[in-house]
Every structure is written in structure tokens, then in C-alpha cells.
Design a protein around this ligand. Structure first.
Ligand SMILES: *Cc1c(COP(=O)(O)O)cnc(C)c1O
Length: 359
């Protein structure tokens, strides 16, 4: 059998060595004499693991000491609510950049709590480009600026961090740990784990100390960052298995050489794939070159019928989950951290064959 390469957008592929470790440690977790799924989150074995995961993430991302790292549930979508609840702090307006599907969802939820000022809007270019930052209409009275560094569906990714004088909030679900960033530029970073951190169920939130503890009244206690921070993300039972998987992924990434190495790796992988698309008049991707995502690469053949055939035949070659999101159709290859260069090479080689056979 050929190697299997999984291009799923999420839940996404895990590094194979992480899967191997999960398998070998599953019945009996280290010194616990029981599975990691069966032990108390407050016992010594799990506490050790939880602390290590936090330290490893801090080290990987060079998270400054004035930030708390939270391991929560509810997905990135719950942060669409928790962000306004915790960050409005008496203000009535927040700024949101709309660069795609997930931005829109954050905006819709934010509008339930405050006036949303959409300071830039990529709907007018079909989410293929980002307006020049100098033309964004940011309301200086806004409590924060929310944006989505990588839009997972259209494959539109910022190549810079907006400079701003108010808390900057980023939904990094599909790009966290994929390239080096300066965490100190952010008020809040959040990410569902199922793309670059591990398995679904866990949401990592990195929040600056001074933004914790001034919450909108009458909200669920679990929505309060200070409840979570004061209890080390263990106010109630956390998603222990997902936390454990994240710990393994962080260890894998450190062994890989950390963020600098993975940044280079992701750059090379995506360049190879975009080159294959651009060097052919059969395949196309219409995202502005500068803002093409390194994580999610959507592309099209000349017709929806051929797209469909491509996806079916790729599956026969063990290239999995290449169907584009239903919102835009076509083909999408998600090439998160766990995707190897061999996987991208196999896809590029299949693309060449498919093009030849379709002419
Ligand atoms: C996948 C994704 C989400 C949704 O995350 P959930 O954990 O399912 O809520 C939100 N934002 C972005 C950018 C994503 O890629």
C-alpha cells in the first residue's frame, strides 16, 4: 500500500510518531497504572503532564510571563462569545476585520454583545485579498480589534500582524504554531486544537494578564477568563485526553526543532504546491499571492466535474480529504504542521498525472 496522506482541514492529521505514542501509552499512562483517560485531572500524574504542556507551549511560542495560557473547552467558536464578554470592559463597540467565513462567525456572535465596527471587509473580493492596512476604518473607541490571521476555507492568510493601540485579538485556530509570531503584540490569541495542536475538544487561549477579571455581568461562570485562570483551567473537569494529546504534539514540535524549523518547513511545503498550481494552466488559485495561506491551499481544475473526479481518484491513491469546503467548492489541501514534505510531493505528482490524463 502507498503511504496515506491526510489533507483534512480539521480535525486534521496528527504526526505519525504522536499516534504511535498514543497507541503505546493508551492502556497504561506512565506511572499511573491506568489509562490517561481514567485518571483524575487533580492527581500527580496528570498535573505533571498539564504543567509540562503549558511550559512547552510557552517555550515554543516564547510567551512572555505576563500572559496566562488556558486549556479550555467549547472550541474556537466559544471564544467568539468569551472575547466580548471579557474584553468589552464597559465599552460599547469593538472592531472586527472581515476576511472570511470564520471572521463572519466571530462578527455575528460579537454583535450580540456590542456594536461591531467592521473595519475592513474582504467580501467585495470574494475573500481573495486583504485591503491595505492603512485604509482600514478602525474606531478608536473600540474595546479591541479582532481578526483571523489565517482563514481556513478560502486560504487567505495575513503576512503581518496589525500594529494597533488597543488589545489585538486573533483567532489562530488554523495557524497557531505554524510560523513564528511575536506574542507580545496580542491581547488574546485563541485556537481550537484540532488543526495544529491535537484533537478536537480543547481550545488553547493565551491572554494578557491585564485583560483578565473585568467581565460583563450575568455571564456563565465558565466564560470568565479569571475563573479559568485562577483555577489553572481546572475549575471543572478539563478535556484531559485532548490536553494530553496536545502535550505530545508540543513535544514532537520541540523535537522537530521548534517554531523556526516548522516555519521553514511550512514555507517550503506551500511553495511547492503553489508552484505546481501556477505552472499549470489546468489548476488555479485566485488568492492574492502575498496573502496565500501556508496551511490551507484551495484550488480548482477547469470544471466542477473534474474537481469531483480529482477528489475521487486522489482518494484511490491514498490522498485523503481533498474536497473543498462546501462554501466555495473545488479542491482544498490542508497542509498543517503534521503534513510531511513527502505528502505534498505525492499530491503534486498526482496533480501532474491527473492533468495529463484529463487532456
Ligand atoms: C476550524 C476553525 C474554527 C472553528 O473551531 P471550533 O473549534 O469548531 O469552534 C474557528 N476559526 C477558525 C479560523 C478555524 O479554522
Amino acid at each position: 500500500m502507498n503511504n496515506v496522506y491526510n489533507f483534512s482541514a480539521g480535525p486534521a492529521a496528527l504526526p505519525s510518531s504522536v499516534l504511535e505514542r498514543l497507541k503505546s501509552e493508551l492502556p497504561e499512562f506512565r506511572d499511573a497504572k491506568a489509562s490517561v483517560m481514567e485518571i483524575s485531572h487533580r492527581g500527580i500524574d496528570f498535573m505533571k503532564l498539564a504543567k509540562k504542556a503549558e511550559q512547552d507551549l510557552k517555550e515554543l511560542m516564547s510567551i512572555p510571563d505576563n500572559y496566562k495560557v488556558l486549556f479550555l473547552q467549547g472550541g474556537a467558536s466559544q471564544q467568539f462569545s468569551m472575547v466580548p464578554v471579557n474584553l468589552l470592559r464597559g465599552k460599547k463597540i469593538a472592531n472586527y476585520a472581515n476576511t472570511g467565513h470564520w471572521s463572519e462567525k466571530a462578527i455575528r456572535e460579537g454583535s450580540r454583545y456590542c456594536g461591531v465596527n467592521v473595519c475592513t471587509d474582504s467580501t467585495k473580493n470574494g475573500f481573495t485579498d486583504i485591503e491595505d492596512y492603512s485604509s482600514w476604518k478602525i474606531d478608536p473607541n473600540g474595546a479591541y480589534l479582532h481578526y483571523t490571521p489565517n482563514e481556513t476555507i478560502a486560504g487567505l492568510e495575513f503576512d503581518y500582524i496589525p500594529e494597533i493601540d488597543m488589545p489585538l485579538v486573533a483567532d489562530m485556530s488554523s495557524s497557531i504554531l505554524s510560523r513564528s509570531i511575536d506574542v507580545s503584540k496580542f491581547g488574546v490569541i485563541y485556537a481550537g486544537a484540532q488543526k495544529n495542536i491535537g484533537v478536537s475538544g480543547l481550545t488553547v487561549v493565551i491572554v494578557r494578564d491585564d485583560l483578565i477579571g473585568n467581565v460583563v455581568k450575568h455571564q456563565p461562570v465558565l466564560f470568565n477568563y479569571s475563573t479559568q485562570a485562577n483555577n489553572d483551567s481546572m475549575y471543572n473537569t478539563p478535556c484531559t485526553f485532548a490536553w494530553y494529546t496536545a502535550a505530545l504534539v508540543f513535544e514532537w514540535l520541540k523535537e522537530f526543532g521548534g517554531i523556526e524549523s516548522i516555519t521553514q518547513h511550512n514555507k517550503k511545503k506551500s511553495e511547492l504546491l503553489y508552484k505546481a498550481i501556477d505552472h499549470s494552466d489546468f489548476y488555479s488559485n485566485n488568492v492574492a499571492t502575498r496573502f496565500r495561506s501556508r496551511m490551507n491551499v484551495p484550488f480548482f481544475t477547469p470544471s466542477p466535474e473534474l474537481d469531483k473526479l480529482f477528489i475521487e481518484e486522489a482518494l484511490n491513491e491514498n490522498l485523503l480529504a481533498l474536497k473543498g469546503h462546501r462554501a466555495i467548492g473545488g479542491i482544498r489541501a490542508s497542509i498543517y504542521n503534521a503534513m510531511s514534505m513527502e505528502g505534498v510531493e505525492a499530491l503534486v505528482s498526482f496533480m501532474g498525472d491527473f492533468e495529463k490524463n484529463s487532456r
